[in-house]
Design a protein around this ligand. Structure first.
Ligand code: NAP
Length: 301
């Protein structure tokens, strides 16, 4: 009989990819968790075969009810909605407690490391996810932590290049020329399904998902090679300059970029490719998304 997996964030980037990958596999049934079952994304999931259930990570009773009869749970918390570490931790605890009470056999949680412990500076959106991982271990939940890298998709949004007066597109990401891990979050769902497929191999493990490790110079070279005649170069933004940018969470992201440069962020390209042999490198992702990249960058003034 197909196993029911509740997918949090199914209307978003990570969970959406997990839901799509599970829906292609007859061993699983998807229960898509959302605060708004009437949204267009929720309705699309329902049309694709998912059961859509209303649940809010801030409301434990709603999760308790929604997890009844589930074999597995994919959990993701969204720090960026409230920029509140305590609230994110409480959401993760609510998810963990509800999964424990419902007797869920395997929780795959989107965690991250404790930057404060590893690097000495607090990074709210990382440290909170580590505290959730710790809580899951403490209550004896059968869980796997999957730690994503920088999304490749960020180049289309939050990390879009800046067009210089010379017409060159500059990648203004404060990482110097240190190699950075990246993953297509929109495709990583296939690897997550492999984790669900092999519980005895992965319960109790932390898996660092990555499709590539490249410097900003290499990142820009790939873009220039495939998006010609557009040209790309690394920018020279420092983390201090990034921290003072005028948007909420800029300082927290600046610490993350410093942490990236420390080399203490461990990801495993080989294991990611074992979980999904079609995991894309940066170059493969750029080639596959060339049209969308081109259209997005041409709109940059
Ligand atoms: P996303 O695309 O912005 O979508 C957020 C999802 O979270 C939506 O599906 C939303 O569902 C759901 N959600 C938010 N609050 C909820 C609540 N209270 N109860 C139930 N569901 C809730 O998010 P994402 O990119 O998949 O994941 C965001 C997380 O990824 C962040 O915490 C971030 O730190 C982490 N991350 C990001 C990167 C990166 O490079 N961007 C890398 C590693 C980790 P509804 O609105 O339908 O309820």
């Amino acid at each position: 009989m197909a196993k029911v997996v509740a997918v949090f964030g199914a209307t978003g980037m990570q969970g959406g990819s997990v839901a799509r990958a599970l829906l292609k596999n007859s061993n699983y049934k998807v229960r898509a968790m959302t605060r708004n079952p009437d949204s267009s994304k929720a309705r699309k999931l329902n049309k694709s075969g998912a059961e859509v259930v209303k649940a809010d990570l801030d409301d434990k009773s709603s999760i308790d009810a929604a997890l009844t009869g589930c074999y597995g749970v994919f959990g993701v918390t969204n720090y960026w909605e409230y920029l509140d570490k305590s609230r994110e931790i409480q959401q993760g605890r609510n998810l963990a407690d509800a999964a424990k009470n419902a007797g869920v056999k395997h929780v795959v949680f989107s965690g991250l490391e404790n930057v404060k412990l590893l690097f000495g500076k607090s990074c709210q959106h990382f440290d909170g996810k580590w505290e959730i991982e710790e809580y899951m271990a403490e209550i004896g939940l059968p869980y796997t932590s999957v730690r994503y890298s920088e999304y490749m998709e960020n180049i289309l949004g939050d990390l879009k290049p800046i067009k210089g007066p010379d017409g060159v597109y500059y990648l203004d990401i404060p990482v110097g020329d240190h190699p950075i891990h990246s993953i297509s979050a929109g495709e990583a769902g296939v690897a997550i399904v492999s984790v669900f497929d092999n519980p005895s191999d992965y319960i109790g493990k932390k898996i660092g998902l990555s499709g590539d490790l490249s410097t900003l110079t290499e990142t820009a070279e790939v873009l220039t090679r495939h998006l010609s005649p557009l040209q790309f170069k690394p920018g020279n933004m420092t983390s201090e300059q990034f921290a003072s940018l005028d948007f909420p969470g800029a300082a927290d992201l600046a610490v993350m970029f410093e942490f990236y440069q420390s080399g203490k962020m461990v990801r495993d390209i080989e294991l990611t490719r074992k979980l999904d042999p079609n995991t894309k490198t940066w170059e493969q992702w750029v080639v596959a998304n060339r049209d969308q990249l081109m259209a997005t960058f041409k709109r940059i003034k």
